[in-house]
Design a protein around this ligand. Structure first.
Ligand code: G3P
Length: 221
């Protein structure tokens, strides 16, 4: 499963990239607003950090087909690893179909059930993003939508990658992996949580202490 960061904060992306496990970044208008700099400048800076290792999703904000298509063409023209994020509405589906035919990659976002996800796949979306946490917030099982979309993808041979989004905690990451999601995108806080374990820290400290108890002339470093 690929690991994406769901953020527009460069320091977070640089840190995760330095760990060698980052495959891409997703952003949305809320995250872009927190970045506090020009949208294009910020997306380009993220795109440069990600380079060949994956994609960067930049969201359109028009709600009509023409506007979505134009904005998607624009953001994806900035760098080869940029994917246009488009909401799952009737106009979003129409725009995605047109863009897919032109070879523009679309991340279909704001997907809340399997039927929306199926339509995103049929429209030719490159990624489909079910919003796990927000589905859970509404009292339903977000991960069930991921499981259903993974099954539908394989049953019908869709090429669309299932991108588990709106991930809120480490168990969401585990469940997305077990459900067969192609990608999980998560806030930096969750990525940090899944890296760390208190027993790793305790165990490491003990190993280091024991190592230092070996006389210096008996160890190579
Ligand atoms: O990737 C979608 C994500 O940005 C939404 O997350 O936590 O606002 O539901 P959240």
């Amino acid at each position: 499963m690929k690991i994406f960061l769901d953020t527009a904060i460069l320091d977070e992306i640089k840190t995760a990239a330095s760990w060698g496990i980052l495959d891409g970044v997703t952003t949305n208008p809320t995250l872009a607003a927190r970045a506090g700099r020009s949208f294009k400048e910020n997306i380009l800076a993220i795109s440069e950090i990600i380079g060949d290792r994956g994609t960067v999703s930049a969201e359109t904000v028009s709600t009509d087909v023409e506007g979505m298509v134009e904005e998607a063409r624009l953001v994806t023209s900035w760098a080869p690893n940029i994917v246009a994020k488009i909401p799952c509405t009737p106009n979003g589906l129409a725009a995605t179909r047109r863009l897919a035919e032109e070879g523009v990659r679309v991340n279909m976002t704001l997907v809340f059930n399997a039927t929306q996800g199926l339509l995103a796949m049929k429209a030719g979306a490159f990624y489909v993003s079910p919003f796990i946490g927000r589905i859970d917030d509404a009292g339903q099982d977000g991960m069930e939508v991921v499981r259903q979309l993974v099954e539908i993808k394989h049953l019908y041979g869709f090429q669309t990658e299932v991108l588990a989004a709106s991930i809120r905690h480490p168990m969401h990451v585990v469940q997305a992996a077990l459900a067969g999601a192609d990608i999980a995108t998560m806030p930096f806080k969750v990525l940090t949580q899944i890296v760390k374990h208190p027993l790793t820290d305790v165990g490491l400290q003990r190993f280091l202490d024991d190592w230092r108890s070996i006389p210096e002339d008996m160890r190579p470093f």
